[in-house]
Design a protein around this ligand. Structure first.
Ligand SMILES: *Cc1c(COP(=O)(O)O)cnc(C)c1O
Length: 318
């Protein structure tokens, strides 16, 4: 097996005192409205604003001295870029980030703010993985991809490990899904900590490749989906993430952009928190599924909170 609970455990030790142990939030009004008891793991409060710091720091800290000196490279639509930049800066490692031209301004400036060197590309016509591999080859950098890497997966699994430590076992858990790093890491933690928990990945309705992959038993590739959930605009699951997801995840659900906006509004109203559209996937699906889970204890991972304020205001105003 590529990633076991011992890897998540080791990642948690590396992250101790470096990553935040994010809070678990509750809202009595949300519980009453939905007829379920919901616990929210608030990774919007993680360093750099999303869970991705966990996987990035775990992966960069496992590099050899020689690899650290040469530096790392990655491709990302945003949060992984910031995460690698920050992790590399903390560990004194140079970082190069391949980012799309249309990445949100807040993500671009945060990434360069952490010291990462940015190389731009067009997400609708160029292949970011090819660009990343070429830079790794030509400049001797170590490529740390955003999700399909055992150390990244193990790091992402530490959020759910903390959640189960804090709240005990759950009846179901809803987790945002892009390339599957968060979901597969969560799956490893869930099977060890709350084996009976019904584990659901949630992806944007416009990009349901994960659901289709699970149904047909092989990785389905799609065009870049057009959705407000920019952190989940992935075209396919990874080899490692798919292997874990097909074994340990019970179901994959989808959420529409309208459902994401509604979840964003509820987060602002009841929890008083800013959550980016992708971070709303889990709650959007949990709300839709609530009639099937009456009286049950449900976990939701809020994966991140990085959204330009103008964009946030215009999404909520529409
Ligand atoms: C990256 C990201 C996701 C998706 O994570 P994967 O590991 O690619 O599945 C979800 N939410 C946010 C906020 C992200 O940054």
């Amino acid at each position: 097996m590529v990633v076991g609970f011992e890897d998540v455990f080791a990642a948690a030790e590396r992250l101790e005192g470096v990553a935040h142990r994010t809070p678990v939030l509750r809202s009595r009004l949300i519980d009453e409205q939905l007829g379920i008891e919901v616990v929210f793991k608030a990774e919007n409060f993680q360093r750099m604003g999303a869970f991705k710091f966990r996987g990035a720091f775990n992966a960069v800290s496992k590099l050899s001295e020689e690899q650290r000196r040469a530096g790392v490279v990655t491709y990302s639509s945003g949060n992984h870029a910031q995460a690698i930049s920050l992790a590399a800066q903390l560990l004194g490692v140079p970082a190069t980030i391949v980012m799309p031209h249309d990445a949100p301004a807040s993500k671009v400036s945060a990434t360069s703010g952490y010291g990462g060197k940015i190389v731009r590309y067009d997400r609708y016509s160029e292949d970011r993985e090819e660009i990343g591999h070429a830079l790794a080859r030509e400049e001797g950098l170590t490529l740390i991809p955003p999700y399909d890497h055992p150390d990244v997966i193990a790091g992402q699994g530490t959020a759910a490990k903390e959640l189960f430590e804090d709240v005990g076992e759950l009846d179901a858990l809803f987790v945002p899904l892009g390339g599957g790093g968060l979901l597969s890491g969560t799956a490893v933690a869930t099977r060890a900590s709350s084996p009976g928990c019904l584990l659901n990945g949630v992806e944007p309705e416009a990009g349901d490749d994960g659901l289709r992959s699970l149904r047909c038993g092989e990785i389905v590739h799609i065009d870049t989906p057009r959705t407000i959930a920019d952190g989940a605009q992935t075209q396919h699951l990874g080899t490692h993430t798919f292997e874990i997801i097909r074994r340990d995840v019970d179901d994959i659900r989808t959420a529409s952009d309208a459902q994401l906006v509604e979840a964003m509004r509820l987060f602002a109203t009841y929890l008083k928190i800013v959550v980016e559209p992708t971070g709303c996937l889990g709650f959007a699906a949990a709300r839709a599924a609530a009639p099937d889970f009456q009286g049950k204890r449900i976990g939701v991972i809020i994966s991140g909170g990085n959204v330009d304020l103008e964009r946030y205001a215009s999404l909520l105003g529409s």
